[in-house]
Design a protein around this ligand. Structure first.
Ligand code: SAH
Ligand code: SF4
Length: 416
């Protein structure tokens, strides 16, 4: 594991982000319009200016207004005087031996925050694709019994800007922005001189809302952020490549499909209400039958656009072959993928990961029933970057201040 605490040259190449001024990075078009009107940009110029900034921010990823060479000097100076392009601040960046990266990020303190909250974002490179796992909340109000995030006390929703900020920061750090064409470095280039990176060349091809938090409890901000992410003139991550994962907030599922239209993943984890009540307590409010009905009605569902059912493998709890058969029966009739996730242990977790042979036997039943059921390959184990292990360091620090520092379990081959 490599631990980089200081921003590397990629971040400091342009003038360092100034967090004392409000940042424009991560705003949607309405937000930019308001910000520009506030500094006196005339109404009839607003649309043109917003489009101009949009390209620089979301195609080229500039971190300084000075880099926007087709914007007048006066305009650049006014922007610099009032605003910044700061991203969330990096507290630590960890790089796994397998290339997975995890960032602990500090957000700006909002009026109601006792202190600046911290979140985590993970980048997982795979052959031919790269997935960015982003957080939607600081902590989570739900208390799934196998999830580390659910034990975090501090909770607030992320703003849309903070959600988009994670994408910008990840692109900065892994070098995933359009590079200007050679010869255009003398300040005469426009943002469109570098075209969008062709999909095949992009590092972040997919986004999953599987970091910290329950995204459907922060519906409006997550939707706004995903509109920015999917915008074809900007970040251009198509909605087919964005997946929202929910623990099962039933009343919001159809609304999400209608209004946002991304792919959907359901954290199922059990096929009986009695067990799911324990593992995923929101089940007490919205039991399995209601959840499955919402899935069957998900707008746009088809064989080409399947729902992913996530199923965490917990030894002796939900991993019997009878459970596998019952899982297959439960999802029958829903265009589905089944994603078996080896349980990621965390200090004090009341579960163990199923034995590998058991996971294979379980997967075989699911496969035979006609479902592709990739077992999620353990990634970033050495940096604890797996699903459900995300929990900000400040909480660990507080625990250690109380003299009860949880000890991170060593990578032991049992989780993901
Ligand atoms: N709150 C949302 C999204 C974030 S969690 C949800 O629950 O769906 C992303 C996925 O990681 C969920 O499927 C969650 O159940 C799973 N997960 C949580 N803790 C885990 C752990 N310790 N090991 C493996 N998967 C875990
Ligand atoms: Fe929250 Fe998802 Fe963790 Fe449950 S699994 S506590 S919903 S983050």
């Amino acid at each position: 594991m490599v631990l980089i605490a200081d921003p590397s040259p990629a971040l400091s190449a342009s003038s360092p982000p100034d967090s004392s001024k409000p940042s424009l990075a991560g705003l949607n078009r309405d937000g930019l319009r308001i910000a520009l009107a506030r500094i006196g940009v005339p109404e009839k110029q607003l649309r043109m200016r917003v489009n101009q900034l949009w390209s620089w921010f979301y195609v080229r990823g500039v971190t300084s207004f000075d880099a926007m060479s087709d914007v007048s000097k006066e305009m650049r100076a006014t922007l610099t005087q009032h605003y910044s392009l700061a991203r969330p601040e990096i507290v630590t960046e960890q790089v796994s031996v397998d290339g997975t990266r995890k960032w602990l990020l500090r957000l700006s303190k909002q009026p109601n925050d006792a202190r600046a909250p911290e979140i985590e974002t993970v980048y997982i490179p795979e052959p031919g694709r790269g997935t960015l796992c982003i957080s939607s909340q600081v902590g989570c109000t739900l208390t799934c019994s196998f999830c580390h995030t659910g034990t975090q006390r501090l909770v607030r929703n992320l703003s849309a800007q903070e959600i988009v900020g994670q994408i910008l920061l990840a692109r900065d750090r892994i070098g995933d922005w359009v590079v200007p064409k050679a010869g255009n470095d003398k300040g005469a280039a426009g943002p469109d001189d570098g075209q969008l990176l062709p999909e095949g060349e992009r590092k972040i091809t997919n986004i999953v809302l599987m970091g910290m938090g329950e995204p459907l409890y922060n519906f409006d901000n997550v939707r706004e952020a995903m509109e920015v992410a999917a915008d074809g003139e900007g970040l251009s991550v198509s909605k087919r490549r964005i997946t929202l994962s929910t623990s099962g907030v039933v009343p919001e599922i159809a609304r999400w499909g209608e209004q946002a239209g991304t792919m959907l993943a359901i954290s199922l984890h059990a096929t009986r209400d009695e067990l799911r009540d324990e593992l995923v307590p929101i089940n007490r409010k919205y039991p399995i039958a209601e959840l499955m009905e919402a899935c069957r009605g998900y707008p746009g569902l088809s064989n080409a656009r399947r729902i992913t059912f996530e199923y965490v493998m917990l030894k002796g709890i939900n991993d019997s072959l009878a459970d596998a058969r019952s899982l297959v029966r439960l999802v029958a009739g829903v265009p589905a993928k089944i994603n078996l996730i080896p349980f990621n242990p965390w200090p004090g977790a009341p579960y163990e990961c199923s034995d590998w042979e058991q996971i294979e036997r379980f997967a075989e039943i699911v496969n035979k029933a006609g479902y592709a059921s990739p077992v999620r390959t353990p990634r970033g184990r050495d940096i604890h970057a797996g699903c459900g292990q995300l929990k900000s360091a400040s909480v660990k620090l507080r625990a250690s201040e109380r003299g009860k520092a949880p000890v991170e379990s060593p990578a032991d081959g049992s989780g993901g």
